[in-house]
Write a protein that binds this ligand. Structure first.
Ligand SMILES: [Zn+2]
Length: 69
């Protein structure tokens, strides 16, 4: 599962992943920068909790681009 979330709700997303999957969550940033400048796909994803543009994606598995876990 994947949950898209904004900065404010990333902890909520992490909690939900842990509750659902009972595994350490994997978090990825949709932004290339830490200062909040989102350069990647902003607008394509929205926070599941408030509907703002998502900044992070939280998942219970690594993305397809990361193998060998
Ligand atoms: Zn939010």
């Amino acid at each position: 599962m994947k949950i898209f979330c904004c900065k404010e709700h990333v902890e909520v997303g992490l909690d939900n992943i842990v509750d659902e999957a009972e595994v350490p969550p994997f978090i990825d940033s949709l932004s290339d920068k830490e200062n909040g400048e989102v350069t990647n796909n902003l607008g394509d994803f929205t926070c599941e909790y408030c509907g703002k543009p998502a900044v992070y994606v939280v998942a219970n598995e690594h993305s397809d681009t990361i193998c060998g876990q």
